[in-house]
Design a protein. Structure first.
Length: 327
């Protein structure tokens, strides 16, 4: 019974957290405006172009992952790695952060790749991606420092305005985001403590983590990494051209919102729902977009991108099973 409760809470709590934040963000929103934009104000050519980069970011990630597995003597099919990535992102919609585990299970099932070793390569990937986002953030902060400072002030994080901070709904949104990150860290520590109890698993994970040292083609690995993050950015940036009120926004503005949105999705909610909307809407308003249009942008773009994740997950699940059944 306790296991059932725990599994239920792992699904329900992220949904409740995301739902609560979405409620605060959209509690006074005019949803008719979003409906009007979706039906009559969206440039679907640009939207489809942006979705292409969303697909390719997963493809390049799958190819890079296979490259880190080769030093471990594992040579899964390239298509299986990509399908596993598709499935992992779809899994994260239901159980945030579980997708990283599920993709290792797929290769273990279909390509006989050690689960614990492949999990180690996932840890390596996350370390590399963390370094990338820190570099992007540092550069963007230096270029657009005034905008970030205004963002902190607008969200009630200016130190002298303590009373405003306590009465601002954004403070409580941010507080729940921090709580969500702390909960995620707790579960990660629990996961590590579980691995320590299993004989040999920790050593295999460490071997997977260190696999980057023996990657044969480092320039190709770096190229894949640049392509992954370039695709992530253009997946977001090109959506500006889908709407008349955002098409004038600059490349620098897109960088600021991209960084804010990337940090927001760290909070364990389905596909960053809630925190991502909060970050993008608030930052978009700093560039002169009114609250209603910014809210509609976040709602439409996030909804379509989430639908893409679902469709890719379905495709990945069907494709990987059909390909390996035909062997």
């Amino acid at each position: 019974m306790n296991k059932i409760i725990k599994k239920t809470l792992k699904i329900v709590l992220p949904v409740l957290l995301g739902g609560f934040i979405l409620y605060w963000v959209y509690r006074d929103f005019d949803f008719e405006r979003a409906k009007e934009l979706l039906l009559h104000g969206t440039n679907w050519g640009w939207m489809l172009f942006s979705l292409f980069f969303g697909v390719m970011s997963h493809v390049f990630r799958g190819w890079r992952w296979r490259q880190t597995l080769e030093p471990l003597g594992a040579y899964p099919k390239r298509s299986d790695c990509v399908d596993a990535i598709f499935i992992s992102y779809a899994t994260n919609l239901i159980l945030p952060r579980v997708g990283e585990v599920s993709r290792c299970g797929i290769l273990a099932k279909y390509d006989d790749v050690s689960f614990s070793k492949s999990l180690g390569t996932v840890v390596t990937e996350r370390l590399v991606d963390t370094l990338c986002i820190l570099l992007i953030t540092g550069f963007t902060f230096l270029v657009q420092m005034s905008v970030f400072l205004r963002f902190f002030q607008e969200t009630g994080t200016k130190i002298p305005s303590l009373m405003h901070l306590l009465t601002s709904p954004w403070f409580y949104v941010s507080l729940f985001c921090v709580i969500g990150v702390l909960v995620l860290m707790y579960y990660l520590m629990r996961m590590l403590s579980f691995f320590e109890k299993v004989k040999g698993v920790v050593l295999n994970v460490c071997e997977g983590v260190m696999s980057l040292r023996n990657v044969r083609n480092i320039p190709l690995f770096i190229l894949y990494t640049l392509l992954i993050w370039g695709c992530y950015f253009y997946h977001f940036y090109l959506t500006f051209y889908c709407f008349s009120f955002t098409e004038h926004l600059s490349f620098q503005a897109a960088m600021v919102m991209f960084v804010g949105g990337t940090f927001a999705v760290i909070v364990p909610t389905p596909n960053g729902a809630g925190p991502w909307h909060f970050a993008v809407i608030t930052m978009m308003m700093l560039y002169g977009v009114n609250a209603t249009d910014a809210g509609a942008f976040a709602l439409i773009v996030h909804g379509i991108q989430t639908l893409l994740v679902v469709l890719l997950g379905i495709y990945g699940g069907l494709h990987v099973s059909l390909v390996n059944r035909a062997k």
